[in-house]
Design a protein around this ligand. Structure first.
Ligand code: ATP
Ligand code: MG
Length: 428
């Protein structure tokens, strides 16, 4: 019996796939840019478990959110506790912040996380059951400058990965007072159209009408075209925050489009919400999204602290990079590829390679091919920078023949000089 990977998941491979976004060096490149960008903005890494008590996500994202109502991988553990694989990162980061009393260690905290998320979705291009997210969270600042910093960080990530043709769609969902007003206006608009709403939105009508704005059903989208705008229901405070944010972004030269239909899929957002959309991804065009969630920490049992965050999907990032043909070379290619010809030569190559490796000069020893041509072909496959060829003549002379795989130049080097020469090369 041959096993198959579970539906909606994929392997990330060092080679052997035409889907370039599944190549591991692409992931390494993206992840190193994500980490460096986070560090440049003062965000430090936090790692939380892959699973949490189900209740955390229910309280966090909210009962009527897509992820909680239909996408979670939930099971009872052997102690009969309801556990869920994390569908998103924010709730767990806030749980960790509260549980570890990080609030006692300063007024402002900035974190980033990177790792897999799990959602039971209908698999399709850009939509998987295990996907990966990079996210940032800033806790403690209610000023709109903080929202602007996060939006700029998000755009900087894409810029550094050479992703172009992006749009920032910006909106505000106001504060509790704004949403209360808007809820009434929206319900008044939807009530006479209730029968035409999708079954799902009919449920949301009772439980959380704002969520209807996030519906992907075509019939709902048609009805929503004439719906009132939340921008007309903003309280003075919420309006001021939004206007200030727009002003700061203008000053940064960040271009954005105000889109009053964006409410985001999770219940915890307030005030600022935004999405970053690519024109190069087709149906699954949203590469990243974020917003402010001032009430979340308190609702999870922590202090009343404001917070704002953003998350981007790694698969979609890489897929846009591939669509845009962003060059992405391997960073793990070996410097040296030893090709021994004969038994004695192999032993000597092992010895030299070990010396090189211990000094940080990456080396591979050909273990299979008996002939030079086959060895060279394998070196090409490995993307090696140099080949070090050792036949019986070289063994006698105590030298190794070096071949630069790009320039094709060859050079004979005494065994003892190999490591110093390679180290010098690396410093250059
Ligand atoms: P969508 O509307 O596409 O379902 P979402 O609102 O559910 O997105 P978020 O919860 O904001 O997405 O997740 C942040 C990012 O993670 C998304 O912008 C997207 O890039 C990525 N993402 C979300 N779900 C998936 C998935 N199932 N497969 C791959 N990437 C995903
Ligand atoms: Mg979704």
């Amino acid at each position: 019996m041959q096993f198959q990977i579970p539906k909606g998941t994929f392997d990330i491979l060092p080679y052997g796939t035409d889907e370039l976004w599944r190549l591991s060096h692409m992931w390494q490149k993206a992840e190193s840019v994500l980490r460096k960008t986070a560090a440049d903005y003062g965000y430090r890494e936090i790692r939380t478990p892959i699973y949490e008590r189900t209740e955390l996500f229910v309280r966090g994202a909210g009962e009527t959110s897509d992820i909680v109502s239909k996408e979670m991988f939930t099971f009872l553990d052997r102690g009969e506790r309801s556990i869920s694989l994390r569908p998103e990162g924010t709730a767990a980061v806030m749980r960790a912040y509260i549980e570890n009393h990080l609030g006692n260690l300063g007024a402002v905290h900035k974190f980033f996380y990177i790792g897999p998320m799990f959602r039971y979705e209908r698999p399709q291009s850009g939509r998987y059951r295990q996907h990966h997210q990079f996210g940032v969270e800033a806790i403690g600042v209610s000023a709109p400058e903080q929202d602007a910093e996060i939006i700029d960080l998000a755009l900087q990530v894409y810029k550094r990965l050479h992703i172009k043709n992006l749009k920032v769609l910006l909106n505000t969902v106001g504060d509790a007072a704004s949403r209360e007003t808007f809820r009434a206006t929206l319900l008044a608009y939807l009530k006479p159209r209730f029968a035409q709403l999708s079954a799902e939105s009919q449920v949301r009508f009772e439980k959380n009408p704002l969520r209807i704005l996030d519906s992907k059903s075509p019939q709902d989208r048609e009805i929503l075209k004439g719906a009132p705008s939340i921008l007309d229901s903003l309280s003075g405070e919420a309006r001021k925050h939004f206007e200030q944010l727009c002003r700061i972004l203008d000053r940064f030269g960040v271009s954005y489009l105000v889109d009053d239909r964006i409410v985001r899929g999770l219940d915890y957002y307030n005030k600022t919400v935004f999405e970053v959309v690519s024109e190069d991804l087709g149906a699954q065009g949203t590469v990243g999204a974020g917003g402010r969630f001032d009430g979340l920490i308190a609702s999870l049992g922590g202090a009343d602290k404001p917070a704002v965050g953003f998350a981007t999907g790694t698969e979609r990032l890489l897929q846009v990079m591939v669509a845009l043909q962003v060059p992405c070379e391997r960073t793990d290619a070996p410097l040296l590829y030893f090709i021994p010809l004969g038994e004695a030569a192999r032993m000597k190559c092992m010895e030299l390679a070990t010396l090189c490796r211990h000094a940080g000069v990456s080396s591979i020893v050909e273990m299979q091919a008996q002939k030079l041509q086959a060895g060279l072909a394998n070196a090409v496959k490995a993307d090696a920078l140099c080949c070090a060829i050792l036949g019986s003549d070289e063994m006698e002379q105590g030298c190794i023949q070096m071949k630069n795989m790009q320039s094709r130049e060859t050079l004979s080097i005494p065994f003892d000089d190999l490591l110093p020469v390679m180290l010098k090369k690396m410093l250059r």
